[in-house]
Design a protein around this ligand. Structure first.
Ligand SMILES: C[S@@+](CC[C@H](N)C(=O)[O-])C[C@H]1O[C@@H](n2cnc3c(N)ncnc32)[C@H](O)[C@@H]1O
Length: 432
């Protein structure tokens, strides 16, 4: 589609159409994610500065849907242009966010077009206008399932098979439900509309503001995907013994451990994330010692009965909630994370009392950050063993692998809303 006619520029005094601020922010967000590799939540601070709550939420929704459907949106764009637009030109970015609004968020066409054109900024406005008009006239649709970026699909097919890739695409295409973890077991008549999938857990449909749900200020519950709640379940009840929660912020697992009677020491390197952990602990009225420390250098004063190491990772397992991940993470970062995880795991192992327990977890769908990590650990740590979870420690649908690990893959509990991709291993230290 040629675009040689002169571009009409908006005079600085000409008023912008309403609703530009969240669209501009969405454009900055996807630029920061795709060009600089920033995570969505980090990019949001800079991109959405000064935006009111609803505008900020709209900017994040636009960017998230543009990233979730990016492969399919790009295919539609490429099918409508005579020459393929380069990947990094502004017009493609504007079309990505405009088509995400039109096709995924179902925003009205006139609002999408009038807010897209000013963003092209001296670029091919006619081309953008023509593509958006065509999208409406021809009633373009997104496919039923959002296509994964090719490098991810290939990497996952190699590790887990094509069925997993299909299940991941299905899981990625619908917003995930909200899982709540509760500090105490619920009575039969509490939260009657929520689905229980595990003890002290309930699942709710997406779309409710968390802060307005019943009991938020009383602090009896916190948001935590069912898969993310599994590692702390493997430590059982604490009865006043000490557990180290390493890489603890923002504290979902700290709260589970504290609620299960552990005296928790929660350690994390990030002061900012520890602020959130502190706020979570305060809201729930639970207690934990909070320590800012880099566990490559920090160490506890004495060995402890139990350690939970929720290691930093590629986070490819939480791609449903963070659609930026699959566009940012490359094999090089997975390799770097695996090196760091091996280091942290070896350090943590030194701090477990003889016969004590170490739970290792990552929210990753990469074997290098899960299964391979533990098999390398066992080779270099004689006397340590894997202690497989018992059936009564897991939700019914989750069965340990033949190696005694928990591996949650897309497709599990699909009819109930699915769950995040996690790897968990419970390791028992030698007794002497
Ligand atoms: C997966 S998140 C932890 C989530 C947390 N366990 C929860 O359940 O809410 C990983 C955490 O590791 C922390 N981290 C990364 N490298 C670290 C290091 N060398 N020492 C301590 N914490 C680290 C990050 O700041 C981040 O908060």
């Amino acid at each position: 589609m040629a675009d040689r006619r002169p571009v009409r520029r908006r005079s600085p005094r000409e008023a912008e159409p309403p609703g530009m601020a969240p669209r501009r922010a969405a454009l900055r967000l996807i630029d920061a994610i795709l060009r600089r590799g920033d995570p969505l939540d980090v990019a949001m601070h800079a991109a959405a500065q000064g935006l009111a709550g609803p505008d900020r939420a709209f900017a994040v929704a636009i960017a998230s849907e543009a990233l979730r459907w990016m492969v399919d949106i790009d295919a539609l764009i490429d099918g409508a242009t005579a020459q393929i637009l380069p990947d990094d030109v502004k017009s493609r970015a504007v079309l990505r966010i405009a088509l995400a609004q039109l096709l995924a968020l179902k925003s009205p066409g006139h609002a999408v077009v009038s807010t897209a054109l000013p963003l092209v900024d001296g670029g091919p406005r006619r081309l953008v206008h023509a593509i958006l008009s065509r999208a409406q006239q021809e009633e373009w649709q997104l496919p039923e399932r959002a296509t994964l970026p090719l490098p991810t699909a290939e990497r996952w097919a190699e590790q887990w098979g094509l069925d997993m890739v299909e299940a991941a695409e299905a899981g990625w295409s619908v917003p995930p439900p909200i899982d709540l973890s509760f500090a105490a077991e619920l009575g039969a008549d509490e939260w009657p509309d929520a689905v229980p999938l595990a003890p002290r857990q309930r699942r709710l449909p997406r779309g409710q503001a968390v802060e307005s749900m019943p009991g938020y200020s009383e602090g009896g519950w916190w948001v935590q995907d069912l898969a993310a709640s599994l590692p702390a379940r493997l430590l059982g009840t604490g009865e006043g013994r000490t557990a180290l929660d390493l890489c603890a912020a923002p504290g979902g697992k700290t709260m589970q451990l504290a609620a299960a009677g552990w005296k928790v020491v929660a350690v994390d390197a990030s002061a900012k994330r520890l602020e959130r952990l502190g706020a979570n602990i305060a809201r729930t009225g639970l207690s934990a010692d909070i320590v800012q420390g880099d566990i490559r250098a920090w160490e506890p004063a004495a060995p402890v009965d139990a350690i939970l190491l929720d290691a930093p990772c590629s986070a490819t397992g939480i791609f449903r909630r963070h659609p930026d991940v699959l566009h940012r993470i490359e094999p090089r970062q997975i390799d770097e994370m695996a090196v760091l995880q091996a280091l942290l795991l070896a350090r943590a192992a030194k701090w477990v009392k003889p016969g004590g327990v170490l739970v290792y977890a990552t929210c990753s769908l990469e074997r290098a950050e899960g299964e391979d990590q533990i098999s390398a650990f066992l080779k270099s740590h004689s006397g340590w063993s894997v202690e497989a979870p018992r059936a009564d420690e897991l939700p019914a649908a989750i069965v340990p692998t033949s190696d005694g690990f928990i591996r949650t893959l897309p497709g599990l509990l699909a009819d109930a809303g699915g769950l995040d991709g996690f790897f968990v291993a419970r390791l028992r230290a030698p007794s002497v």
